[in-house]
Design a protein around this ligand. Structure first.
Ligand code: CAA
Length: 260
């Protein structure tokens, strides 16, 4: 598919998606959000892609937020549509069957941090800076930040981050449990692709079902979550990948998974 503002490269079963508007620190115009939605939907159908890595172009920003130049002229009705479209994107990423990893290579602010939070986990460069500074513009988070951050790190941390508009360094984001690992800038993409490649080499259905049960299990009580886990566990015994994975172990060879 044709994208004006996104780059897509493939490394084996991994697609590296780069938001490419470096002149405005990869800010999200509505057209970019539309392209991201279309691309992620396309990638979810692409059997050659097993894992997606999302990053920003240049060495300064992942995504510095929603595009302030576009938002400045919005009516309240247009702002509602804009927020709903951004939320559709973060919800789509969050419920994709394939894992999505954010490689935060600089500023991830406002809608940029919300985009990173939609991913299954976040790796960051030492120069990354993350925050939800919308109140400094007289608004508040609109792409799910108030909901996702409070669920991820708790109400009190969400309150502090959002009420102050404070920007966290990579080390602080790691300490707050927002990012899983911090790498030197020049190593971030290679290290993220390395992890993505490891995931892509595993049985895809096992990874997908684990993703679903971890996410949905958090909204269930433990007993129901256990029941859901047991049913998904059992259903994997009807797949070719279970036969291949276990036979390969017993035959002392590397498994070759088909994703079926
Ligand atoms: N929207 C539009 N343009 C942006 C932008 C944004 N979010 N962030 C940066 N830019 C543009 C700047 O206007 C500038 O353009 P010009 O060269 O044409 O002037 C260019 O990118 C480079 O930015 P700076 O010169 O400002 O770079 P800096 O290094 O001095 O500062 C920064 C970097 C601290 C990230 C600063 O650009 C900044 O504060 N950006 C805005 C961050 C922000 O408030 N994001 C939240 C947006 S609201 C939101 O996202 C709502 C939501 O929840 C959906």
């Amino acid at each position: 598919m044709e994208c004006q503002n996104l780059l897509v490269e493939k490394y084996g079963g991994v697609a590296l998606v780069t938001v490419n508007r470096p002149q405005v620190l990869n800010a999200l115009r509505s057209s970019v959000i539309g392209e991201l939605l279309e691309l992620f939907e396309h990638l979810s159908w692409d059997d050659t892609v097993k894992v997606i890595v999302l990053t920003g172009s240049g060495d300064k920003a992942f995504v510095a937020g929603a595009d302030i130049a576009e938002m400045a002229g919005f009516t309240a009705q247009q702002a509602l549509t804009f927020a709903r479209t951004g939320q559709k994107l973060v919800s789509f990423i969050g419920t994709m069957d394939k894992p999505v990893i954010a490689a935060v290579n600089g500023y991830a602010l406002g809608g940029g941090m919300e985009l990173a939070l939609a991913c299954d986990f976040i790796y960051a460069s030492e120069t990354a800076k993350m925050g939800l500074p919308e109140v400094t513009l007289g608004i508040m988070p609109g792409f799910g930040g108030s909901q996702k951050f409070a669920r991820l790190r708790g109400r009190n941390r969400a309150n502090e981050l959002i009420f102050t508009g404070r920007i966290l360094t990579a080390a602080e984001a790691k300490e707050w449990g927002i990012v899983n690992a911090v790498f030197p800038s020049g190593e971030l993409i290679a290290r993220t692709l390395e992890t993505a490649g490891k995931i892509a080499g595993n049985g895809l259905l096992g990874v997908t079902y684990a993703k679903h049960v971890i996410k949905r299990g958090l909204d269930m009580d433990e007993e129901n979550g256990m029941g859901y886990e047991a049913v998904l566990f059992a259903s994997l015994f009807a797949t070719a990948d279970q036969h291949e994975g276990m036979n390969a172990f017993l035959e002392k060879r590397k498994p070759v998974f088909s994703g079926s």
